[in-house]
Design a protein around this ligand. Sequence first.
Ligand SMILES: *Cc1c(COP(=O)(O)O)cnc(C)c1O
Ligand SMILES: [Zn+2]
Length: 419
Amino acid sequence: MSYVKHLKCITCKSTYKEKHDLFTCPSCGGKGILDVIYDYDKIASRVNKQSIEESKEMSMWRYMPFLPVEPDWTRPPLRVGWTPLYEAKILASEIGAKSLYIKDEGVNPTASMKDRASAIAATRAHAEGRRIVACASTGNAASSLAGCAASIGLRSVIFVPRRAPRGKLVQLLIYGATVVSVEGSYHDAFTLSAQAISRWGWYNRNAAINPYLLEGKKTVSFEICEQLNWEVPDWVVVAVGDGCTIGGVYKGFYDLYSTGLIPRIPKILGVQAEGCQPLVKAFFENRPFEPSEENTLADSIAVGVPRNPIKALNAVEFSNGTMVAVPDEEILKAMPLLGRTTGVFTEPAGAAGLAGLKAALKEGYINPEESIVVIATGNGLKDIVNAEKAAPEPIEVLPSLEELENNLRTKAPDLLKEE
Ligand SMILES: *Cc1c(COP(=O)(O)O)cnc(C)c1O
Ligand SMILES: [Zn+2]
């Protein structure tokens, strides 16, 4: 048996018994996003730090009692989660922090943190006897759903706007998804997907609507705590688009806190791009968000109309965290900075987290003595067009040692000093 107690509307607070096709609150409609609430006392009576540490599942499934999944359901065999948490000493000293860790989500099976959500979607769809799963997305949610569905024998239908980046499109097609390329914006693709889903009854993986997906994303926070020997960091930094990821990060800490496994919840820093910061503005002006332009190269957080704004803003507020917006130049600078100092290559949205941390240290939101975890949400190879803008030029030579030496003398003289 799973430990889910009920579903609770984040708007009107009504509670509902779990029902497989209940995704949003019937009285609030689209604004009534549901929260999955567990029987924390019951979990606490059966689960402790040691029982978690003894799990042989080297994946997100080591936290099964906290997930909306029955233990005997068929799950994607892909290894989702249990990603490394690296201590980043060189980076810490470069940016003036003391204790800094990078959670590398780019090593998930389809190379982004979205796999944690898609693994839940594929598992639940399979358990309900569905054959076909669907979503609209410009990138990572799509490739992740396509990969997780393929691994468990489900068909996937993905709606993308015509401008979708080639790399992510190819990934989808290789995973065997039926890809519908919509002449129009992401909003148009989303609307068409919703119509098709309700017309043909496919399983809906649109993350803000399906309440179970955020439950997968929260496992990143369980791992952060376990990997730090249950020492809670002072801050966790993450990029924000729709708001499901940051909502999941908060929920993970909330679950552990509610079960008595950690004594407090870290402060959460939500980062958006300067050219698309509807939630940062809503946070500082203390009002609902207004739709924004999508003027940033960080495509994974180019979300002008966030679909999960309440959970996102609650995550920041309830954790006593804050938000910050960073310009694209800073995102581009953060990418090689992270790569050069840690060996982790992350896509622009992932690098936005580090850029946001630098800004927050400068603004004094974060004290350099505090301990910090930055989530690098996706792999840099997903978007090399933008990475190339951030990367330095290679040294181009003919196969001649003399020419090489001349070049190195001007471009990297320190390399000539070894012997
Ligand atoms: C989806 C995504 C985000 C943001 O998550 P939201 O739930 O949209 O806020 C950040 N980084 C990467 C790499 C993503 O794919
Ligand atoms: Zn409601």
